[in-house]
Design a protein around this ligand. Structure first.
Ligand SMILES: [Mg+2]
Length: 122
């Protein structure tokens, strides 16, 4: 399963990738903003994306990504990001994670999304 991690913070990307690797998910692609994410999104089965990013933010990315695929998207938000989550839900995300998070939260999120949607072809 190929997972795309999108965040403008290199530290946050590193934390996410470490958590995914620990859970056995080693096919991980990273991007620093929405535009880079779109360029790297071919064949991706699941996306974790930040919301506030330069160049192209999470909202714009999700809208573009949803034009071509219904693969699950999880946004990573801050405690104060309830408004972001509501907006994101309307634009087609499947779930969200609040920072700071543990590796277990990430991994159980993946499991529940896989059960709900399967990660098969569109
Ligand atoms: Mg950010």
């Amino acid at each position: 399963m190929k997972i795309l991690v999108v965040d403008d913070s290199a530290v946050m990307r590193k934390i996410m990738i470490k958590a995914l690797n620990e859970g056995g998910y080693t096919d991980v692609v990273e991007a620093a903003n929405g535009l880079e994410a779109l360029e790297k999104s071919a064949g991706v089965d699941l996306v974790f994306t930040d919301w506030n990013m330069p160049v192209m933010d999470g909202l714009a990315f999700v809208k573009e990504f949803r034009k071509t695929t219904q693969k699950p998207i999880v946004i990573i938000t801050t405690e104060g990001g309830k408004k972001e989550v509501l907006e994101a839900m309307k634009s087609g995300i499947n779930d969200y994670i609040v920072k700071p998070f543990s590796a277990n939260v990430i991994l159980s999120k993946i499991e529940s999304l896989l059960q709900k949607s399967g990660c098969g072809p569109d």
